[in-house]
Design a protein around this ligand. Sequence first.
Ligand code: BES
Ligand code: ZN
Ligand code: ZN
Length: 523
Amino acid sequence: MDEQIVTIQLIEKDPREFSGDLLVYLVEEEIPHLGAEAAVAIQRALHQIWASGDFKGRKDQVVLFYPGLMTQEEESRVQAQRVLLVGLGKQDDAINVRREQLRSAGGTIARQAGGVKAKEVLVVLPREYLLDAAEIGQCLTEGLLLGNYRFEAHKTTKADADAPTRVERFFLHDGGLASGTVRKGMQLGEILAEATCAARDMANQPGNHWTPAAFADYAKKLSKKSSLKCKVLDKAALQKLAMGGILGVNQGAALPPQLVILEYRPDKTNPTVLLVGKGLTFDSGGISLKPPAGMEDMKYDMCGGAAVLTAMQALAEIEVSGVNVVALIPATENLAGSAALKPGDVIRHFGGKTSEIINTDAEGRLILADALAYGIVTYSPEAVVDLATLTGAVVIGLGHHYTGLLANNDQLAARLIEAGAQVGEPLWRLPLGPEYRKQIDSRVADIKNAGSDRSGGTITAACYLQEFVGDTPWAHLDIAGTAWDFTEKSYIPKGPSGTGIRTLVTCLSHWQSLKPAEKKEKK
Ligand code: BES
Ligand code: ZN
Ligand code: ZN
């Protein structure tokens, strides 16, 4: 793992005295105003730049200048080496857009800072932005830290001299906002960004480094330094429990499977929410082998598992109250060794349901089925959410901009949609229904793992999972389009995005029991 630590802290020092690499001010569109703390020289520079028409505070517009080149009054000399003005755009009417404007500005700052190799960056917060001070601190922190992410664990040669570098220390100045409140938001933002970057690291690691055992090791380490409890079911334990889905997919691989369990139970009287994440550390397709072009991306097929694991890390660090959360990560590779599953094989899942294998590349649902069934009988959760890079079809349907959401419960679906919108990870709900379920009727087993054609592929995959959740309120997030190559944003790098963590933690942070009437609703 990449160990270099990036820090962020709130400082009280007058920004004029900051002598680091880069001093940043955020400027709203059409409002050429920096707040009273800004040095006269910077105010003057802004007015000149504004008059030139080069900068109007539009979203992610930037101006970089060097105060050392300007004549300055001795008493208010700007000490910073560089000054960056970043446009926020017009304050939008929608609060979620305003949140995103700040994250986006944070990502832009990190990118600009990286471009000039700034190591120490001070950002002055905008005082008149229509968001709670805690949210200003949180959103900006998320944007800065997520935008500052790099993965260089396997580079042994030095990057060329012009390559962007990573900021080592971020400082925020409250700009006149309540500093205690800003600090709380920053702490939350930092926890969420760190969890997200940890998930990105797991995904960036290739399949020969991030293995099922790596999931287990990370979870065990996490449990040693937090309130989380960890259990790992190894191959022998999975055999005892007759988890034919996980074992079946694992048959073609040399590395053993793992079912990683993390429990966050601050109060035993709390309701329990179950999270399940697909931890496929490499998906070759198995005997139904995938085409070679782009197959290397299938090291990312564990992003659901990484999201669930690091969401647990964040929940424990935040000390979320009012809910117990249990995470299950079924982890294995899907390879084509001589013992591999074959099309036509029938397997028996935990709980006894049988599946006919039509396509060994539809393996995610096979391992999730065991985990869902086991998690529900073991923990009696009041709701279940699973995350998985499950279908190529969701990329065809929604592209890389929305995560697909399928659920048997409207209230749970609405909560996830709201949480996703709040954090910039939008979800789009797709239907479920008997007409789709019929497509996976099997003549030889209870169900088959793929339809006879590709139509409605995301929905038939969800119908398959639905068979294993019974009446428990359940939502499935198909993140195949968003877990990597996610929609272009300043704080989302190329490669894995770490999507889902901030949505899950936000949704679970103020958890209220689902209305009982809805629990019985059947789609
Ligand atoms: N991991 C893939 C889904 C995937 C495909 C994720 C492309 C991201 C990008 C999954 O295991 C898979 O291969 N699904 C098949 C299912 C089909 C055989 C029914 C698919 O989507 O093609
Ligand atoms: Zn597959
Ligand atoms: Zn897969």
